[in-house]
Design a protein around this ligand. Structure first.
Ligand code: HPA
Length: 268
């Protein structure tokens, strides 16, 4: 861990980002918007996840987005790759170790709302952990009893809303339900998810939110909608579709993020 923190600090060359972002499917292009960028491949960061999914590179990029210092993690580890819900914990601990205070998570998700179509962006205002697992299993201290009443920071959410309004970008809000994956849900599971109060479903983000709150980081998260969920269209779902559709919502989300960071970001 100390080696990883030292390696990142050395690469930052005096930059002092307070916000980090995890880029999900469709948002990879945002790293090209970072100016004065330095990059480290996860291969050089021993505690970072070393495997990946097609469509996800493994690279830490530090620099400025709209003039505000930021760290972007292009590539994350998913629970469905190995069955370890805490796979991102060491990476998030390293970020906390270099002084990161806020985390913005992004993902691709399936929509449960017919009028939240593919290409939409949904700001997550709460989640349902339907995986049956938790990244804090095995954590021995009482810190494991982390409160999640306000897991998604109100000020950060307000900043998303403001940036969406200022750029005229439609922004939905709702509850994200974490399914373990990697198989997609069944239509019956989607009907259940709707009854339980979910607006979107996906295979990531929730474990990172739990770990980030455990570490005391403030959190915001956004989904780009790539498809209507299983059983809603009569068509089978596929990872290809997810990858093809993610950049559409990704562009909208990038517009919001660039605006958010343009007035000092969340530091302002
Ligand atoms: N279900 C789960 N994860 C997803 C979906 C979905 O429909 N679309 C994109 N990621």
């Amino acid at each position: 861990m100390n080696r990883t923190i030292a390696r990142i600090t050395e690469t930052l060359e005096g930059r002092t980002p307070k916000t980090a972002m995890v880029l999900g499917s469709g948002l990879g292009g945002l790293v090209a918007e970072v100016t004065d960028a330095v990059r480290i491949s996860y291969g050089e960061l021993p505690v970072f996840p070393q495997s990946g999914v097609t469509g996800h590179a493994g690279q830490l990029v530090a620099g400025n987005l709209s003039g505000t210092p930021v760290i972007m993690l292009a590539g994350r580890s998913h629970y469905y790759e190995h069955g370890n819900p805490a796979a991102m914990r060491p990476a998030l601990e390293a970020l906390a170790g270099i002084g990161i205070e806020r985390l913005i998570l992004t993902n691709a998700a399936g929509s449960l709302e017919p009028d939240m179509e593919p290409g939409s962006v949904m700001l997550i205002n709460d989640h349902i952990n339907f995986s049956g697992t938790n990244p804090l299993f095995g954590e021995p201290t009482d810190k494991r009893f982390v409160g999640l009443t306000e897991a998604y920071d109100l000020r950060m959410r307000a900043a998303f809303e403001k940036a969406a309004e200022e750029t005229g970008t439609p922004l939905h809000q709702g509850v994200y339900m974490w399914f373990s994956g990697p198989s997609f849900e069944t239509p019956a599971e989607i009907r259940m998810a709707r009854i339980m109060g979910a607006n979107a479903v996906g295979m990531s983000t929730v474990p990172e939110v739990i770990v980030a709150r455990f570490l005391g980081l403030k959190v915001a998260a956004c989904s780009v909608i790539t498809n209507l969920a299983a059983g809603m269209t009569g068509q089978e779902l596929s990872h290809e579709e997810t990858k093809d559709m993610a950049p559409r919502g990704g562009e909208r989300l990038a517009t919001i993020l660039k605006q958010m960071f343009s007035d000092g970001g969340l530091d302002g």
